[in-house]
Design a protein around this ligand. Sequence first.
Ligand code: KG4
Ligand code: ZN
Length: 356
Amino acid sequence: MSNEPLVLGIETSCDETGVGIVRGHTLLADAVATSVDQHVRFGGVVPEVASRAHLEAMVPTVQRALDDAGVALSDVDAIAVTAGPGLAGALLVGVAAAKAYALAAGKPLYGVNHLSAHIAVDTLENGPIPAPALGLLVSGGHSSLLLVEDLAGRVEPLGSTIDDAAGEAYDKVARLLGMPFPGGPPIDRAAREGDPGAIAFPRGLTAHRDMEKHRYDFSFSGLKTAVARWIEAKKRAGEAVAVNDVAASFQEAVCDVLTRKAVAAAKDHGIDTLLLGGGVAANSRLRSMAVERCEKAGIRVRVPRPGLCTDNGAMVAALGSHLVAANVEPSDLGIPTDSALPVELVSIVRREVAAR
Ligand code: KG4
Ligand code: ZN
């Protein structure tokens, strides 16, 4: 038997009830139940609907993960759970469940940061993360460049979006194009049939002046508005909207800015490893452009397979396993959730630490 930690991870920060089990860096189970179908008609995640779905899916999903991994709850060394950031009610369901499992089975609890977990999941496929590394975290709620000195506690934000997150921009533009929620996958598919150079959409915060003040920050709301205006103008003129070209040109603008700023940050800090994480890291163009541009700059790109980029429990278990191995203090059973948990806090250890 390996003496690497066996960790069960629970993720409920948004609309996916994820339960993953890892031993060290080895993925043993990745069970996900999603409530996305219940949100489609609203065009976005409805927090109360998501919370209720987590409640219903929790016990069966934990059981499925244990069965898939062929282990019992009594075998695990620790239970990790997303304590923030995310939807308050959704987080509460996961954290309450994790506390109950930890108390019932007499296991240590780790209330961890969802954003660090998106980075940590990469260890399941590519092994330990070299220090320092640069993290480009792009999801429905976040777009950040992170200086990762040590996943167990030293993660420093270099910049982030000043308005919409990259995934949010995908979701909003998909809606404008009449595509379903979440918008990333259908835009990704449509873009493959379109011309990325068809429309010159704006690249937010890349002008010379912006690069001085917002070198590592992003802005996608102007891009979204530009797409909306372009579609409106076409409709007003009675012309057809070339959906595939709009999708490809929009996607090119997003990926151009993300990779350009990531390469600049890596070069500025003398970092030779870029980690991509979060739902938008599943995007085929972002992956290929990052590899292309980083290769030219002598930077290695690490990116998990698409299924591990979107929210899942394996990422939480992966971070939990890293914290156990690094001898980080477990969380008190009284820890709260924190829907705005800052990225610098990799885990919440005590109620007092969380109070800011
Ligand atoms: O990480 P995630 O599953 O949840 C959050 O923590 O937000 O990310 C969800 C986001 C959604 O906005 C979705 O549209 C986007 O990731 N996404 C994609 C792709 N797959 C998911 N965006 C672009 N291309 C994709 N293939
Ligand atoms: Zn996420």
